[in-house]
Structures are given as structure tokens and as C-alpha cells.
Design a protein around this ligand. Sequence first.
Ligand code: B1M
Length: 211
Amino acid sequence: MDILEELSASLEAGDTAAVTRLTTEAVAQGLAPEIITGHGLVAGMNVVGQKFKAHEIFLPDVLLAARAMHAAMEILKPHLVGKQLPTAGKVVIGTVQGDLHDIGKNLVSIMLRGAGFEVIDLGKDVAPERFVDEAEKTGADAIGMSALLTTTMPMMKEVVALAKKRGLYGKTRILVGGAPLTAEYAEEIGADAYCFDGTSAVDRMREFAGG
Ligand code: B1M
């Protein structure tokens, strides 16, 4: 097994210590950070996403892999400065106003980043204006919203209304997710996609990006 295969397998196993060691070693060996990311980390994260979707692994495994990924990215960040990684598209993401649940949203952000998307994470309790302002400012391809409370789901409709008012609707895709949501609700409020999980968010973003 070469170092990238080992890195991928360690990420899949959520072994932060091994991922940290192998990422450091790969950098010391002179491997390009893009290669370490793409062939090591992202490869591992893709497997995690597939296994999670197939119910072969569970949330704690994904969170461990996410933590390991985060540790590796911290090591690689200084080596990526000044280098433009090819991006599959840009998405502004956040948990809607009044809602403080961010575990799912964070997971989705990591999956999207792992799949090569640039993610602008606005955090939680995000006002409709911020979603739309940031999408406009950054020229994002999509807005991704998370809601975990039945009482905060209607905030998504407000974002859609504001995107319509500001002329973004139809150009900037709107993706929604969160435990209480359904595809029917997404359609009812005029969102472009309901995402059951991070993998479906990646799939839908790929569709919108045309590949
Ligand atoms: Co809260 N909470 N909580 N909570 N909490 C729920 C949501 C609840 C269902 C629990 C229950 O009663 N059974 C309930 C909501 C009931 C309802 O609305 N009908 C509830 C409640 C009532 C509350 C409070 C009101 C409790 C109180 O204070 N009385 C309060 C509200 C605070 C607020 O937001 N204003 C509250 C607070 C909290 C904590 C702070 C303690 C904590 C959140 C910590 C945090 O996020 N940093 C918390 C937690 C942890 C939960 C439960 C237990 C777990 C949520 C979670 O993280 N799931 C939850 C019960 C449950 O869901 N079983 C509950 C794991 C996560 C990976 O899944 O977020 O669904 P999920 O994300 C998935 C998909 O939904 C999808 O992909 C993710 C990965 O697969 N997805 C997206 C999510 N966002 C997406 C965005 C996308 C795409 C896909 O964009 C494109």
C-alpha cells in the first residue's frame, strides 16, 4: 500500500493520529498538496459518503472521518496558499435563522468540500438577507440551507422569496436539507432540490454543475 492509499484508508477509519502523521509524511516526501487531497483524503471521504449512504457505517464514523479530514486540511492549508485548486462550483451554506443545530450542516459542508466544491459556511442562525447577500457577493452557484426545527423551516421560504426579489432565483440553485424536511416541502417552497444527506447534496450539486 502506498502512502496515499494508507492515508485514504486511515481517513475512512477516522484515525486522526494516523491521518495527521501520514499527511505530514506525504508533505515531507514532496507530494503536491492537491495530490494528497484528491488521491488520499477526498478518495477516503468519498468511500465514507458511499458507505454512510448504504448504512454500512453510521454517524459517529462519519464524524470521526470528518475530524480526521479537518486535521489534515489544517496541515495542508499553508501549502495550498497561493494555489488555486480547481473547484467544482461554489455554494453558500448555513443553518436558517432561529435554528442552532449545525452538526448536519457541518457534515454536509465537509462532504461538499471533499467533493471539490468551494463552501462558504455562514454558520448557524443565519438571516435570509445574509444568505442572499453572500450568494450575490461571491457569485455562488448555489445556496444550501439546513433546518432541524419545524418552527424554523419557514425561514427557507423567506430566502427563496428574497432570491426571487433580487433576481437570483433560477440562476443560483437553492438546496435544502434537515431532518424535518421532505421533498414535497422543498417543492412547495420553490427550492431546486431537497437533500436527504451530504451525499445527495453532492449528487445534486454535480447535476447542477453539469457533471
Ligand atoms: Co435539538 N431538536 N433542540 N438540539 N436536536 C431536535 C431537532 C428534535 C427533533 C429533538 C426531539 O424533540 N426529538 C427537536 C425538534 C422538534 C421539532 O421541531 N419538531 C429539537 C428541539 C425541540 C430543540 C430545542 C427547541 C430544545 C429546547 O431548547 N427545548 C433546542 C432548539 C435550539 C435552537 O435551535 N434554537 C434544541 C437544541 C439542541 C442542541 C443545541 C442541544 C443540539 C444541537 C447541537 C448542534 O447542532 N451543535 C440538539 C440536537 C443535537 C438535536 C438532535 C438530538 C440531533 C440533531 C443532529 O445533529 N442530528 C435532534 C433529534 C434528531 O434529529 N434525532 C434534535 C445529526 C445530523 C447529522 O443529522 O441534522 O438531520 P441532521 O443532518 C443530516 C440531514 O438532515 C441532512 O444531511 C445531514 C447528514 O446526513 N442535512 C442537509 C442537514 N442539513 C442539510 C443542509 C443541506 C443538505 C442536507 O443543504 C444543502
